[in-house]
Structures are given as C-alpha cells and as structure tokens.
Ligand binder design. Structure first.
Ligand SMILES: *[C@@H]1O[C@H](CO)[C@@H](O)[C@H](O)[C@H]1NC(C)=O
Ligand SMILES: *[C@@H]1O[C@H](CO)[C@@H](O)[C@H](O)[C@H]1NC(C)=O
Ligand SMILES: *[C@@H]1O[C@H](CO)[C@@H](O)[C@H](O)[C@H]1NC(C)=O
Ligand SMILES: *[C@@H]1O[C@H](CO)[C@@H](O)[C@H](O)[C@H]1NC(C)=O
Length: 472
C-alpha cells in the first residue's frame, strides 16, 4: 500500500478546512470539516516472536486499514489520534498509567494519552465507563468531561471515557446514536451528548448529521464533515434511505440491503432479500451472510481460512475491472465496488507479500462470512460510497464516491426534514425483514445489557497463514 499523502488530497483538505473555518464569516456554511487518515504500517511485529505452535502469523498491520482523526483533549491540550467508528457511540482515550500503556513497548504512545489530573479543565463524572467491541477488545474506567478540539472545532466540554483498563492501544471516537452509548446500555443511565450532538448543542453545526468520504484504498486520507455535505465528492444521485429501527429505537446505522451482484450476476441467495446491514467505519472488512460469501468466494477463487474467518485471493484479481460488485438498496440506490477495492495487500515483516504454494502473491479478500453476527458494510464497501449519516432524521444518504477528487463544494445541512442538500428520498423504501433479530433488546430508553451491546469494530489483523498453505 502506498503511504504518501497525495497532492490531490492535500488540496481537498485545504478546501475543507477553509469551509470549516469560515464559521466566523458571514453567509458561510456552518460546517466543521476535518481530514481523516489511514495510518501507515507501524513497526511490523517481529516474525520470530510470532512463530508459535507451528503456525506462522503474518503481521498485517491493523492500523493500516482503519481510519483516524487527530484531536486534542484537556488544558493544556494533549494530542490524541482516535479511530473513527460509526459502529459505536462513545469517545474514549487511554491513560499513561494503565497496565497496557505501561508495557515496555509503550504501545499507547503513537496515538497519545490523557492524564485527568494534568488537565486544569478536567471534571469527573462517574466510574461506569465500560465498553467492549465484537473483536473482543475493550476499555473501562471513568466517564469525565474536558475541553476537546478536532480540527477547527473547539468544544469547551465533552463527555468521554478514560480507559484505566484497556486492551486497545488507541482511543476511539464513536459517533453513532447516543442511545447506543455504553452509559445507556450497560449502566442504565440517560444518553449524554456525544461529539456530533455536542457540536449541535454548541451551535457549531445546525443538525446532528455528518458526511464521510473515505476515498480510495490507495489514498491515505479522506474527510469527515460535521453538519455538511460536499457535493463535489460524489456522483449524483444522492439517495436517502431510512435507518432501520431496532424494536422501535434508532440505535445503529442499519439500512436494508436488497441485493448483491458480481459482474452483473446475482450472488444473493434470495430474490427477495431485505437484509439489515450496519454501516461501520470501525470494521475493515464487509461481513455478509455465509451462503452469499461462499458463492462470492467460488466466483473469485478465494481460499477461506476458517481460523481467521477471512479469505485470501491472488492479488492480481484486483486488476479484473470487469468484475465489479453492485450492492443494491431500496430502488434505485446502488453502490458499485470495483474489485481493486476488495483486494487488500498483506505484507510480511520481511516486506514481502505471502504467496500461495505455486508462488502467486496472496492478498486478503475484503468480504468475510458474518456467521450469526451482524451483517456489516465495512471499509471495503464504504470507500466506494459517499455517506451522509443523518441522525436528526434517521436517514442515510448514499451516492457513488468520486475517488481522489480535488474539488470541493461544501453545503450546510439545515434543520428539519429534507435538510440534506441535493438528496432525494427513495420512493418505496424496503423495510428489513432479516438481520435485525441480533440487535439489542430495548428496555425503556436504553438497550438491555443482556442484548447485543457490543459495538462492532475492527478486524483482528493477525493472519495465521500456515493453515492455508501460504508460503511465507
Ligand atoms: C495527525 O497527527 C500526526 C502526528 O502529529 C501527523 O503526522 C498527521 O499528519 C496528522 N494527520 C492529520 C489527518 O492531520
Ligand atoms: C486526582 O488527584 C486527586 C487528588 O490528589 C486524587 O484523589 C484522584 O484520585 C486523582 N484522580 C485520578 C484520576 O488520578
Ligand atoms: C465491564 O463489563 C464486562 C461485561 O459485562 C465485565 O465482564 C467487566 O468485568 C466489566 N469491567 C469492569 C471494570 O467493570
Ligand atoms: C487515487 O490516488 C491514488 C494515489 O495516488 C492512486 O493510487 C489511485 O489509483 C487513485 N484512484 C483512482 C480511482 O484514480
């Protein structure tokens, strides 16, 4: 993967930041834009260390396929780098005193940490912060509030968690529905204003809505625009679909997937598919029903590794321009994903790619079986889409992305219905009939802790390759 920031994206960043800082100027859109970034590989894990129990693991850097945003917390401001997650709703950061951060390799240093007592603006809220993600990682400790900045956005006070116990070396910026905060689901408390909601309350943006442009797999940066859309970053039409409620509550960004085809031929098992799928930037891969995935694997020649729940393909299938995926939603909304967006590079610590036994370079495939879990459209899908998450109206607007564009045309999202400029609501939205059952059970305002409270996040990026017969 390339790691250099392109001039093109640098130029678009300037455009966005300009759009964002014009807050003080008259007639300028009230939006807050900032660049998002995919982090280039960190120190690869030492291969020798990973030779265990006869299997050889490939150090596939997880960070390489997750999206980050820079911010600061506290007074004086401490820099933190947070992973942007539409699949969860809490912001939390690591603290240098946790046993994870104190490890000799200083794993938390690259993403930054926060020390409550070193900040003159810190306020304690309570000790009920406790989040877990479906990849098994998590953090727990205090909920606090402090001053926070992201790009041009300066918030005097925002509630967030501190991971006094943590298994994640980097903090997370969850920007989903407040009802999905762990304070609600686990501690049975009222929702608090998370970042986008607090931006609205502070008058920085008009509506609780934001747009995400992740950009190409080969580009390192995209951007997020709170309170606005950038109509230069997508190809019209921009179509709005309803978010699927779970037992009457809008809690997660679930929309209805009605079909998937590859190279123009359907791969969905049912002609009447109405499957709830989660739009989750915190998930590197896309997780679909097992039968569909096995059809796709057969069609692309993917080799499944059950120990990792992922599959490998010859890297050169990325060049197969004719074989595109089409994801269909309520008509006429579709998103096309080129094969090269579905083929992810893996590198060994030697810097080489693993190969199949015949010497063919092996890459990771971007779709994996969901099993009993939530069906997720992760980054391998989301890069090809421009997505507006309109929490105020419980709608998702989707359009085909424009990769690498240097143009920018930022417009503010106003209040009320139909507030996303240029978006058209689909006429006959299809309600999901499948895929909701795994959702949390809603109990009063919050979700019952016994339900599925876990936010989806991240694919565990260590690949045990030996089982596959990959040559390392
Ligand atoms: C975030 O901060 C790091 C470290 O200062 C910097 O290298 C990187 O370019 C920044 N990224 C963005 C998107 O501003
Ligand atoms: C902050 O300092 C106070 C007073 O010394 C102490 O009681 C408290 O435990 C400290 N809090 C944290 C989070 O370290
Ligand atoms: C956090 O919640 C999990 C799951 O309910 C529980 O096992 C764990 O003990 C909790 N952690 C803390 C520190 O309370
Ligand atoms: C976008 O830019 C990257 C980096 O220059 C390049 O590798 C990639 O091919 C471009 N993508 C498209 C679709 O043009």
């Amino acid at each position: 993967m390339k790691t250099s920031t392109t001039l093109a994206t640098a130029a678009s960043l300037l455009a966005v930041v300009e759009g964002a800082t014009v807050n003080q100027r008259r007639n300028a859109p009230r939006v807050v834009g900032m660049e998002t970034q995919r982090i280039p590989a960190r120190n690869p894990i030492h291969r020798d260390k990973l030779r265990r129990r006869g299997s050889v693991e490939v150090g596939l850097d997880n960070e390489e396929t997750l999206y980050f945003i820079n911010g600061t917390i506290g007074t004086p401001a401490r820099a933190v780098r947070l992973h942007i997650d539409t699949g969860s709703s809490d912001l939390w950061v690591n603290t240098p005193g946790s046993s994870l951060c104190r490890e000799s390799s200083r794993p938390c240093a690259f993403a930054g940490t926060y020390t409550a007592n070193s900040s003159s603006t810190y306020e304690y809220i309570g000790s009920w912060f406790n989040i877990s993600y479906v990849d098994g990682s998590g953090a727990s400790g205090d909920y606090v509030s402090d001053a926070v900045t992201f790009g041009p956005a300066k918030l005097d006070r925002l509630q967030f968690g501190i991971g006094y116990q943590s298994t994640n070396a980097q903090g997370i910026l969850g920007i989903g529905y407040p009802i999905n905060e762990v304070q609600v689901g686990r501690a049975g408390r009222q929702p608090y204003r998370n970042l986008p909601a607090q931006m609205v309350a502070d008058g920085m943006i008009q509506s609780n809505a934001y747009s995400l442009w992740l950009n190409d797999l080969d580009a390192n940066t995209g951007n997020i625009l709170f309170g606005g859309i950038d109509s230069a970053k997508y190809q019209p039409p921009l179509l709005s679909l309803p978010v699927q409620p779970e037992q009457g509550f809008f809690a997660e960004f679930l929309i209805t997937l009605t079909g998937v085809s590859l190279g123009g031929t359907s791969v969905a098992s049912s002609s009447e598919m109405a499957l709830a799928v989660l739009l989750d930037t915190g998930s590197s891969l896309t997780y679909l029903p097992d039968d569909m995935v096995s059809t796709i694997y057969n069609r692309v020649g993917a080799q499944y590794d059950s120990s990792n729940g992922a599959a490998y393909v010859p890297c050169n299938i990325a060049d197969d321009d004719a074989n595109k995926f089409t994801f269909s939603f309520s008509s006429p909304a579709t998103i096309t994903v080129d094969m090269n967006e579905m083929v992810l590079d893996m590198f060994l610590n030697s810097g080489r790619r693993p190969t199949f036994q015949d010497g063919t370079p092996a890459c990771l495939f971007g779709i994996a079986p969901a099993g009993q879990g939530t069906k997720v459209l992760g980054d391998t899908f989301l890069r090809s889409a421009y997505v507006v998450y309109d929490l105020a109206n419980n709608e998702i607007s989707l359009a085909q992305t424009r990769f690498n564009t240097t143009e920018s045309n930022i417009q503010e999202i106003g209040t009320g219905t139909n507030s996303v400029p240029g978006a058209t609501r689909v006429e006959n939205p299809v309600a999901a009939t499948d895929g909701i059952s795994g959702g949390g059970s809603v109990n009063g305002i919050g979700r019952n802790a016994a339900g599925r409270m876990m936010a989806t996040r991240g694919w565990v990026g260590i690949v045990a390759a030996a089982v596959l017969g990959l040559v390392l």
